[in-house]
Design a protein around this ligand. Sequence first.
Ligand code: ATP
Ligand code: MG
Length: 496
Amino acid sequence: MAQTMPNFLRKRAYLTPERPAISYFNQQLSFRELYDRSLQVAGSLAALGVKKRSLTGVLVKNSLESAVFLYALQLLGSTAVMLNNRLSAAELSFQLSDAKAEFLIYEHTFKDLAYEASGKVSKVKMFPLEDLAGGDVTDVPIEQELSLDDVCTIMYTSGTTGNPKGVLQTYGNHFWSASASALNLGLSQDDTWLCSVPIFHISGFSILMRSVIYGMHIVLHSHFDAKKSLEDIEAKKVTIMSVVGTTLTRIVDELGDGRLPEHFRCMLLGGGPAPLPLLEACRSRNIPVFQTYGMTETASQSVTLAPEYSLEKLGSAGKPLFPVSLKIELQDGREAAEGEAGEILLKGPNVTPGYLNRPEETAKKIVDGWLHTGDIGFLDEEGFLYVLDRRSDLIISGGENIYPAEIESVLLSHPGVKEAGVTGLPNSEWGQVPAAFVVLVEEAGPSADELRHYCQEKLAKYKVPREFYFAKELPRNASNKLLRRKLAELIEEAGK
Ligand code: ATP
Ligand code: MG
């Protein structure tokens, strides 16, 4: 029989009602207030017909109301289908019908988008978020106990390698993910986590879950702003913040020669490969960066670099968290030796049971409990993971494996380069050759010859891009991730 636990928010409000739960601009709620507000919203939702296991589409941005609403869904046991508010109507429409969502709750700023997206989806019932406050709290059918196998959220992958897939995330996945993070980073009563990453994405949602599971205060921002982040780290005594490469870069720029306050203990850096120049810039400013590797399918972090290794193992994503197992598998199914690159496989209670309505894809990706991540990496002699790249982006040139991320990292270390993307182009002699797509800081920046020369100094000859194309911007998805599979389309547009 599936294991159960008391409803997370209800239990938290019972254990530590007076502790601060969430701050948003100048508003702050304790766990008791958070519970009371969520109960009202749950009352309104129940009146609309939302109940246990209802699939509820969620089109919101970071705000106090959105957080309260997400907790309200958990009080009722309804599954949240998290929608990325930067998607187009057609993309949202795909996800809503793929999930067969029964309800769609949208924030009023997304009203037009919501109506356009739902136009082609039959039977979805739509309600604005703003109308849910102040519901009747008598007889709200609260789920007193949660089954750890019940699906709390469905989150679509970013769609970097193809169409996004709906990942099932159970209460057990979230509980174990939060526990694993605490076992690694430690937990103090003074911890306050700054969340400026989107709460519809696992990076932000996992912070909401940690808050109720730990009894921890979170400072929620509507969006990322480097100046505001630094102000709140100081004023609201933030100790931990989740960042991606681009946002950390902006914090470092904003900080200039300054220092973060003593109480600040962790920049959790995830989302993609971290460029070495950024890690070095943080090292020189004593910014404590914890590199981490994770994905929607593992309900956030799975592998994290403990701080005592951050200098010695620069560039490594670290070791698997306590409940997580990791191995590297070669193409023929054998386990890789030390230093040998292969596909990263992960196993643990934070790993999804599978993809929504995709039994074949699930069976292919999860074999005997091992998630095939589609990422390539290797373990060094001490068991530290180095993530090289995605398997689908690997370039094979004259039998040699080339990882675009390595070349992009070199290009990004050039002061004249703002963005860089590398992909393989077909070549009759070598099969494929690497080509670079570059956005310059200033138009009158380095020439193709200069960049070629720069790469020749730092990379083996076969890795030096054959062609350099200059572009105004690179193709990115709604999570701002580089779409390498679309780079070649720039060739016609870009001046060579
Ligand atoms: P899709 O699966 O639809 O192509 P996606 O994989 O980009 O989209 P996410 O789950 O948001 O969707 O991203 C997880 C991926 O991000 C990982 O599988 C990995 O490729 C990349 N990633 C995350 N952390 C790191 C890291 N520390 N180093 C390198 N890559 C990372
Ligand atoms: Mg993926």
